[in-house]
Write a protein that binds this ligand. Structure first.
Ligand SMILES: Cc1cc2nc3c(=O)[nH]c(=O)nc-3n(C[C@H](O)[C@H](O)[C@H](O)COP(=O)(O)O)c2cc1C
Ligand code: SF4
Length: 512
């Protein structure tokens, strides 16, 4: 056959294939666009598929991208690679806009300390306190993340001396391979510590929490991106490995219920946290929540007072927080943003006279040094980051975590994709990113005239309340005095304080 005949044959074959696709487009009933525009209509689906990339690479400005803008993403990548992480020519932000916030520097700035400060987690009932870094890896499960992502995060934590939260998907061999400090989280599915019927198994809890790498245990009450609902892992993803790790049947849909079976009242919650501490041999125990109502937080404070013990830490997650997958309605419309939730919990603990027994963590878009300093000023003792840590190990914010088609092997269970993530390289990156970001936070504190986090105060953070007025957090928000709720709550807190009961969640006065 001559070259010309071969070319004609290929062309005829291609035309035939296109005609077949066009015929299918006309006959199918699912896609109206294709019925009206056979063949050409496929372009719409193609372009829709790469919309995030087009937006990110060609349309968004340096300060517009969401959830994290280009400036922040570049800073994370540069710090992770160990290059400058600095900016030329001045800010691109409009510093006069309402809502813009800034830190108040001192005319007599200090030299930053040689070593960044750390926070000791462990109240009076804890016999094995843990020294926590200012920035740690927030909870993300194996299942949501690939094995290599977990390995890289944990190795980075080992290199940098910071903590890595397992997430609620269980304690896995990938968490334990590289020796990084772990906060073992359990959610309402009690993975790695569950009985066959889905309840809490104390014997497994004792076994797993006794790992030397597990420095503390955390009960997840809720998560900012999806408060009030549990997670679902589809049956197809429940491989033999995940089934064994989570303690669930292989190939069956794995559902975490919305609420816990180990407690139903604030008192039972506090008793359970005390039990976790006891079962883990005295390691710090705490819980993580996205705040809903002030009454519920005060009810937990009353329960602490009644039971006579406290958690060693509470992590407050903001509604702006991330997830591998959640309904849009929950991501956008349920739960309290971090600023409000954090200050609420801090004030509730101060007002109940309990603040000095409990360390507060904060998570929700913590990515740069200023985020750490801002959260410390608002009441936190330490911060956690999920998505910035993902970016440090290669996430390009393609927003496909729920599809199992992560282009960089971070949020996928597909071995071909996750192989792309080089553990040795990415662990160095996450280590460098954490170290550089904490160093920047410490430097900023020194610029504010604060030699340590204890010297920060709400006057050092200001907010534009309009284009012509601004005020400090000390002026804008209420700050309770130690123990003042016990002596009689001020009018703005009295309804919630009265409604709060250690024996139930929720308020009796629905609609007030
Ligand atoms: C991929 C992914 C998986 C997550 N899995 C969990 C989880 O298992 N348990 C949990 O408490 N939070 C989970 N989170 C929430 C984070 O721990 C964190 O609270 C939240 O994303 C806010 O932090 P960020 O803004 O730094 O991402 C997950 C977040 C992401 C992005
Ligand atoms: S690259 Fe995309 S899919 Fe992968 S972790 Fe990042 S946002 Fe998720």
């Amino acid at each position: 056959m001559s070259k010309r005949e071969r070319t004609a044959g290929v062309a005829a074959g291609a035309a035939g294939a296109l005609a077949a696709v066009a015929a299918w487009d006309l006959l199918q009933r699912q896609h109206s666009v294709l019925r009206n525009y056979p063949l050409v209509g496929h372009l719409r689906y193609l372009l829709e598929g790469i919309r995030p990339e087009i937006q990110q690479y060609f349309i968004e400005s340096n300060t517009e991208g969401r959830p994290f803008d280009r400036e922040i993403r570049d800073t994370i990548y540069e710090r992770a690679k160990g290059i400058h992480g600095e900016q030329a020519f001045g800010t691109e932000r409009d510093v006069n806009l309402a809502g813009y916030e800034y830190l108040v520097h001192s005319i007599a700035p200090l030299e930053p300390p040689a070593e960044p400060p750390r926070v000791v987690i462990g109240g009076p009932d804890c016999s094995r306190p843990y020294s926590m870094a200012l920035l740690n890896v927030s909870a993300m499960s194996f299942g949501a993340l690939s094995a290599n992502a977990i390995r890289a995060l944990n190795k980075g934590a080992a290199l940098g001396g910071f903590a890595h939260d397992t997430g609620e998907g269980g304690l896995t061999p990938y968490h334990l391979e590289n020796g990084g400090d772990l906060i073992w989280e359990i959610g309402s599915g009690y993975f790695s510590t569950r009985t066959s019927d889905g309840n809490f198994d104390p014997a497994k809890f004792v076994e797993n929490s006794s790992h030397d790498q597990v420095k503390a245990t955390s009960l997840k009450l809720s998560q900012g991106a999806k408060p009030g609902i549990g997670g679902v892992l589809p049956a197809a993803k429940v491989s033999a490995e995940i089934a064994a790790i989570r303690g669930v049947p292989e190939g069956e849909k794995c559902v975490s219920p919305p609420g816990h079976s180990v407690f139903s009242t604030p008192v039972e919650l506090i008793e359970f946290i005390a039990r976790m501490r006891e079962l883990s041999g005295g390691k710090p125990a705490g819980f993580k929540l996205c705040v809903g109502s002030r009454t519920d937080v005060l009810a937990i404070c009353k329960a602490m007072l009644q039971v006579g013990t406290t958690p060693d830490f509470i992590i407050v997650d903001g509604s702006e927080g991330g997830t591998a997958a959640a309904p849009l309605e929950y991501e956008d419309h349920v739960g309290m943003p971090l600023t409000d939730g954090l200050m609420l919990v801090h004030n509730a603990l101060v007002g109940s006279g309990l603040r000095d027994r409990i360390k507060l963590g904060a998570s929700g878009k913590v990515a740069a040094g200023n985020d750490i300093v801002k959260r410390l000023i608002q009441g936190a003792d330490f911060t956690n980051s999920a998505r910035a840590m993902m970016m440090a190990i290669g996430c390009i914010q393609s927003l496909r975590c729920h599809t199992d088609r992560c282009p960089v092997g971070v949020a996928t269970q597909n071995p071909r994709r996750s192989r792309a993530l080089d553990v040795a390289d990415k662990s160095e990156r996450v280590h460098r990113y954490q170290q550089a970001t904490v160093a920047e936070a410490v430097k900023m504190m020194a610029s504010l005239g604060a030699g340590s986090p204890e010297e920060l105060n709400p006057r050092l953070l200001r907010r534009n309340v309009s284009e012509v007025e601004n005020a400090s957090y000390a002026e804008l928000y209420e700050w309770l005095q130690p123990g003042e709720l016990l002596a009689g709550a001020r009018p703005s807190w009295s309804v919630d304080w009265q409604d709060a009961s250690p024996d139930r969640f929720g308020s009796p006065a629905v609609g007030r």
